[in-house]
Design a protein around this ligand. Structure first.
Ligand code: AMP
Length: 331
């Protein structure tokens, strides 16, 4: 069997994990990006494509399973659902992830506190304005009034940084002042359990650099472009809540898009001194899992071996294949 993915985001880790579980591996790369996968020996086959659109009518192998990640969601958007290769996970979940209203709807159904959302005219406190798709925080801005919103969005449209359509689909959320935390979950149909395998926090420029400036420079507007990830261990007393959130989201996803979240997913949250607020979920592997290529505290205790998220995916595929249950984990 072959495990394949697209050459970016968390591909090194996905393919390395697949190799650890003795799968053949394949990476689909945009021309020029294949150099990386020649330098690191993780891909048995490298297929170059001119554009990710080519994936929509790609010829694939008989026993190939594709691992989706954030790059295909941000570039192909809804067309990502039409990639013909069987995928690990429930592709319907990617749709719920992409459409911001659906994303928040699922979190709310799970009784997880989410930021309040506003219409432009309603803005009366610090808000963050977000655009559709997993673009790593690109273009997000803060504002505290309708007038400020209009000015800033107008500028972005003028500079062609966002389209009129993206602007009209922008989501305006209450800004949560808290420490961000991204727990990595895995729902295993084989073991019928949700596993918490690691936690990271994203490192975003320039917002994570502003603390290095004195208050006198505080007029610089924060931006939220992800540049990397840092490992994080939660206080043990928070783990109960993090595990509950993972279970609850999985439970409500079954009704919303049967058979629900399968394989890797994540809840993006911020912890204030009073509460945990989740602003998004992802229905697939997040890039921060690559920190734990040799496993994390949590995955080490669960498996007592070097269990990365990439390897966990491959392990589930292997077990499903052995038990003739591949249909339970792919879509
Ligand atoms: P997202 O595209 O939703 O993953 O957001 C990108 C980044 O923007 C997050 O990693 C946070 O740093 C920040 N962010 C998003 N939503 C909020 C919010 N409601 N309050 C504070 N920060 C946020």
């Amino acid at each position: 069997m072959i495990i394949s993915t697209v050459g970016s985001h968390s591909a090194l880790q996905i393919l390395y994990g697949a190799k650890k579980e003795s799968f053949s591996t394949k990476v689909y790369c945009l021309k020029g990006n294949e150099k990386l996968y020649r330098r690191y020996p993780v891909a048995d086959q490298i297929v170059t494509v001119d554009s990710y659109i080519d994936l929509l009518d790609i010829k694939y192998e008989n026993e190939e399973i594709f691992v989706p990640h954030g790059s295909i969601i941000s570039t192909l958007e809804k067309r990502a659902l039409d990639i013909p290769i069987p995928m690990i996970g429930n592709r319907e979940g990617m749709y719920w992830e992409m459409v911001r209203e659906k994303n928040l709807e699922l979190l709310k159904k799970a009784n997880i506190r989410t930021p309040y959302t506003y219409k432009p005219e309603e803005i009366d406190k610090l808000c963050i304005v977000k655009f559709p798709g997993a673009k790593g925080g690109d273009g997000y801005f803060l504002c505290s009034s309708y007038q400020e919103f209009e000015e800033k969005i107008g500028e972005l449209i003028k500079e062609k940084k966002v389209s009129e359509e993206e602007a009209s689909n922008a989501q305006i959320q209450e800004y949560i002042v808290g420490v961000t935390m991204y727990p990595h979950y895995f729902y295993s149909p084989i073991y019928d359990r949700v596993e918490l395998l690691g936690i990271d926090r994203r490192y975003e420029t320039n917002v994570d650099a502003l603390g290095r400036l004195s208050q006198s420079h505080s007029k610089i507007s924060p931006t939220y472009t992800v540049v990397g990830n840092q490992p994080l261990i939660a206080r043990e007393s928070f783990l109960h809540k993090l595990l509950d959130y993972g279970d609850l989201l999985r439970e409500v996803s079954v009704d919303s898009f049967h058979p629900g979240l399968i394989g890797p997913y994540c809840i993006e949250m911020a912890l204030t001194d009073k509460e945990i607020v989740a602003f998004e979920f992802t229905s697939r592997i997040v890039a921060g899992t690559s920190l734990y290529i040799s496993g994390s505290l949590y995955s080490k205790i669960l498996f007592d071996e070097e269990m990365s998220m990439g390897r966990r995916i491959a392990r589930e595929i292997k077990l499903a294949k052995e038990q003739n249950r591949l249909d339970d984990i792919i879509s």
